[in-house]
Ligand binder design. Structure first.
Ligand code: SF4
Length: 317
């Protein structure tokens, strides 16, 4: 279906439609691990992941979940002094691994805060999302307005999974989406572009696989070199080929045209704290990159979903 040129369904718009306001993510860290760090599948993590499992590291600094929540909520309250203000986001590591007990305790605590945070978001790896984990999240669907499962896809090419030391697979992604779909949980897929060994159409493939898996939302992320990652050592030794902002804008604009119009775009470009960011150098502020993506959509007379194919999520598992 034709849409106005340049249209995309952003998270901000989706939240405004449902709650009449913005909600701020409160990043929460349970101090867990992932099978790619503790030796079950690998050591040291995916090449781009820092020691805090792409999270805040708050537990390692001695902050309890309740303390993290209070600090994050206070920031969210600056934007929304009354009523719903936040999305409770269990971000770091793989929150359904190795067992479910820490997650259970966290969900009980956060369910008590659902007046402030009507949305619960849980990040994990596809291979760590079991039927038991799916049942646990489904049990909280009536305690929050929405429960989101944030799944790392990162590449649709298992060969690249091996190159980046991730040790997960596209099949696991589809299996996890299937488990979530059976329980009416919304999946937000994390994509990445610019990975070593990735083909030029790598992001398009991720979008098409995510659409086929019936995701409700998507995040776009460029490869960055951060301190205290395996990629940092490679970058310092030999350099790493990284995308220019122009290349990134082109890829995301392409991907948006193939993304179904009803999939909410949670993020168009990633950012990292200044103290941990190393490369690529010379990128403008993320707001400018977002502006460029929107301008590129207009320049090519495109919109989200212009080239999307209607797919029904029917992978048999
Ligand atoms: S799976 Fe996630 S937490 Fe584990 S190393 Fe990779 S990015 Fe980090």
């Amino acid at each position: 279906m034709s849409q106005p040129i340049g249209t995309l369904l952003s998270l901000a718009e989706s939240l405004r439609n449902r709650y009449g306001r913005k909600l701020r993510r409160v990043m929460l860290d349970l101090g867990l691990s992932c099978p790619n760090r503790d030796g079950a599948k690998g050591f040291g993590g995916c090449v781009y992941c820092d020691v805090h499992g792409s999270g805040t590291g708050a537990q390692a600094e001695g902050q309890s979940l309740a303390e993290q929540w209070q600090r994050g909520l206070a920031k969210a309250r600056r934007l929304q002094p009354e009523g719903p203000a936040a999305i409770a986001y269990l971000q770091s590591y793989s929150n359904t691994y190795p067992g479910l007990e820490p997650l259970k305790a966290a969900l009980e605590f956060l369910a008590e805060q659902s007046q402030e945070a009507p949305i619960l978001a849980i990040g994990t790896r596809p291979d760590c999302f079991s039927p038991e984990a799916a049942d646990l999240l489904a049990a909280y669907r009536n305690r929050f307005d929405q429960v989101w499962l944030e799944l790392g896809l990162e590449t649709a090419d298992d060969r690249v999974q091996a190159l980046i030391g991730r040790h997960d697979s596209l099949e696991h992604f589809h299996r996890a989406c299937h488990l979530a779909r059976q329980r009416d949980l919304a999946v937000i897929a994390h994509t990445m572009t610019g990975l070593p060994g990735e083909k030029p159409d790598g992001l398009l493939r991720q979008v098409q696989e995510a659409a086929a898996a019936g995701v409700a939302g998507i995040k776009f992320h460029q490869l960055m070199v951060l301190r205290r990652t395996q990629l940092e050592a490679v970058w310092r030794r030999n350099g790493v080929a990284l995308l220019t902002p122009e290349e990134y804008v082109e890829r995301v604009a392409d991907a948006l045209e193939y993304l179904p119009a009803d999939v909410v775009v949670h993020r168009l470009v990633a950012e990292a704290p200044e103290e941990s960011y190393l490369a690529p150098q010379g990128w403008p502020h993320k707001n400018k990159v977002i502006h460029w993506i929107r301008q590129e959509m207009i320049r090519r007379q495109g919109w989200q979903g212009k080239r999307a194919v209607q797919l029904s999520p029917t992978r048999p598992f």
